[in-house]
Ligand binder design. Structure first.
Ligand code: F6R
Length: 324
């Protein structure tokens, strides 16, 4: 399937997730673990935590404080080394495990141990399965009673993303930003919360689909350090361009900081665009930002004549690790 088709599939993935049964699992706390595109799904699910924190772990093993509760292992392939290592640590510590995967070792482990398992459809690039993976992770922590039901939020997100894709707005914004990036390295700024998660997603999609470097950072933190990085050049000579992701639900002082930060950096660095979130619910606002970044990453790839689908260097590295 082409990457364009995979991106166009996002609203359907979010609707699929809304229609999944909640796995039944009782746990006093949860930690989400995954890498890359699957970790992004963990970030999305983690944002919905209102009663208890649901942290995200990216890496081997588990943090020392993970001593009880549920470990939700999210891996599209089901074979990611770090995620399997987290599951192994969870088993050693006697923690409950739930799995969100399309196949691989994780699915086998879930079957052998009778763990709750959300089986997501296979055949996509992990990063293009974000709706399935995030939706699956959400349903698991809902099932554990750690967050309120996200069904309506997933449905709203699907509607908003669909209208941005089919109405053409996402592609229009992507074209404008791609024009202004004009070969520069994209630096994506979000506010803390959904727009920061979206900023990270923009960065990773530009990396993997367009095969270009990109960076992200979040307010208010960047106002205390990174802002100085643009302060020395009197001209816009730097090979970077900033994109600001704005969520109307950001803290009012973060919204003000976005304005002031833009004013202060604009004389020294190209501001390639500002994208506003749409929708009421957190998931709609988040995915409304994500979909423009997805469209941008594809636009950049197509303009450069690059196939957005394969990630040969990531695969090569995984292979070398297996052989080592
Ligand atoms: C590839 C991609 C990667 C993978 C990562 C982990 O499209 O997005 O970032 O997500 O290498 O693999 P999985 O998701 O299979 O656990």
């Amino acid at each position: 399937m082409t990457m364009r088709d995979q991106i166009l599939g996002l609203p359907g993935q979010l609707r699929w997730a809304a229609g999944q049964a909640q796995p039944s699992v009782s746990a006093p706390a949860a930690l989400l673990t995954g890498m890359g595109g699957s970790a992004m799904a963990c970030d999305v699910a983690s944002l919905t935590a209102v009663h208890y924190p649901v942290p995200v772990h990216r890496g081997y093993g588990l943090p020392p404080w993970a001593k009880d509760g549920l470990v939700v292992a999210v891996s599209y392939s089901g074979n990611t080394e770090e995620t399997l290592s987290s599951v192994e640590a969870a088993m050693v510590r006697g923690l409950t495990v739930a799995v969100v995967a399309s196949g691989g070792r994780l699915v086998d482990l879930a079957a052998d141990n009778g763990w709750p398992h959300v089986a997501v459809p296979a055949g996509l690039q992990p990063r293009a399965a974000l709706g399935y993976l995030a939706g699956g992770a959400l349903r698991v922590i809902e099932g554990a009673g750690l967050i309120p039901s996200q069904v309506e939020e997933l449905e709203e997100a699907a509607t908003v993303v669909e209208s941005l894709l089919t109405g053409g707005e996402a592609w229009k914004q992507a074209e404008t930003i791609a024009d202004r990036l004009d070969g520069k390295v994209a630096v994506i700024y979000g506010g803390s919360g959904p727009s920061a998660v979206a900023a990270r997603r923009w960065k990773t999609q530009i990396n993997e689909n367009a095969k270009r470097p990109a960076f992200w950072s979040e307010l208010p933190e960047l106002d205390h350090n990174e802002i100085m990085g643009w302060s020395q050049s009197g001209e816009k000579v730097r090979p970077y361009a900033v994109v600001l992701l704005r969520d109307p639900a950001d803290h009012p002082r973060v919204r003000l900081r976005m304005e002031l930060t833009r004013e202060l950096i604009a004389p020294r660095i190209t501001v390639a665009g500002e994208v506003r979130a749409f929708g009421n619910g957190l998931l709609a606002r988040l995915f409304s930002l994500i979909v423009v970044g997805d469209a941008l990453s594809l636009t950049l790839a197509e303009r450069a004549g690059i196939d957005p689908v394969p990630v040969a260097t990531i695969e090569e590295l995984k292979l070398r690790l297996q052989e080592a």
